[in-house]
Design a protein around this ligand. Structure first.
Ligand SMILES: [Zn+2]
Length: 291
């Protein structure tokens, strides 16, 4: 497993964490892109699954710890461990501990959306009860996302697991926002609808340097081309429109991008050519693996 990747963005300290691997169906992951094309980018296993990972982002900003996404659901009741080839351990908690960050030190959890592979450690079993993992945090989510997670329709029901949502609701820890929101100076939330209607991206800025955590708008570097849209997206045409708008913004603002499911190096930069958009990895940018 990858160690936490450290970088400085102006005055901000960032750690791109790793919550292990998830193996997803290659066809579903690449949408309308044929296998003869995507299989040149990544090697599927014998069941046509490809290796992705979960990369939550830990930020030190204004003297507070902010955790963007909480990785995948590894609670005992989770049914799909074999389907997704999940490992047994809980890498996210181990990585936080490695950095000396305790669950109660987290002041804000940002849920880009509430799918089980992005909000899985929102809660955990403690003393025989299912409780919020980060007891002193506010869990920030878009109003639309929370509504859709509480009342999912048939197509999204399997992605929104009540065990990741209800204990946070019961503890009154959700901080519901609507639309573009400046959560802290230098930390902005932006609606990026398409994968779900209520998904949000996170933008960070300090001393003129910028980074965007793209959530499932661009899950991996190899899915950057505009039409490489996952079959999981509920509103693919909305994804396309959101991508056009955000790509222009992130290119113009010279944003570094952080990819939530990238199995290789999780940071990259957008490039526009006459053939369209792609992204290039940005290795070694002020980064050092922690010991
Ligand atoms: Zn995802």
């Amino acid at each position: 497993m990858r160690s936490p990747l450290h970088l400085k963005l102006g005055e901000l300290e960032l750690f791109v964490l790793n919550d292990g691997e998830i193996w997803l169906d290659g066809g579903s992951t690449f949408g309308v892109v044929p296998r003869v094309i995507w299989s040149k980018l990544t090697q599927p296993d014998e069941q046509n699954r490809i290796r992705l990972s979960m990369n939550p982002l830990l930020v030190r900003i204004a003297g507070q710890w902010v955790l963007v996404e909480t990785g995948i659901d590894r609670k005992p009741g989770f049914k799909h461990r074999e389907l997704y080839r999940l490992s047994e351990e809980n890498p996210l908690l181990a990585q936080l501990a490695l950095l000396g960050v305790r669950p109660e030190d987290i002041a804000w959890v940002i849920n880009t959306h509430l799918h089980f592979d992005h909000a899985g450690l929102n809660t955990r079993w403690q003393g025989g009860r299912l409780l919020p993992t980060f007891p002193k945090a506010r869990y920030v989510v878009q109003q639309q996302e929370l509504e859709d997670a509480i009342h999912p329709h048939e197509r999204s029901r399997a992605s929104y697991l009540p065990e990741n949502i209800e204990p946070v609701l019961e503890a009154g820890l959700f901080e519901v926002v609507e639309g573009e929101t400046e959560l802290l100076p230098g930390l902005r939330l932006l609606p990026v609808p398409g994968h779900t209607l209520g998904m949000q991206a996170v933008e960070l800025e300090s001393e003129g340097r910028r980074l965007a955590f793209t959530a499932d708008l661009i899950p991996t570097l190899m899915q950057t081309p505009l039409l490489y849209i996952m079959a999981f997206d509920l509103y693919p045409m909305t994804t396309l429109e959101t991508r056009k708008k955000m790509y222009a913004r992130w290119l113009e603002g010279d944003y570094l991008l952080c990819f939530t499911h990238e199995p290789g190096h999780p940071l990259g930069r957008l490039i526009q050519t006459e053939r369209g958009y792609r992204a290039e990895p940005v290795p070694g940018l002020d980064s050092r693996p922690s010991s």
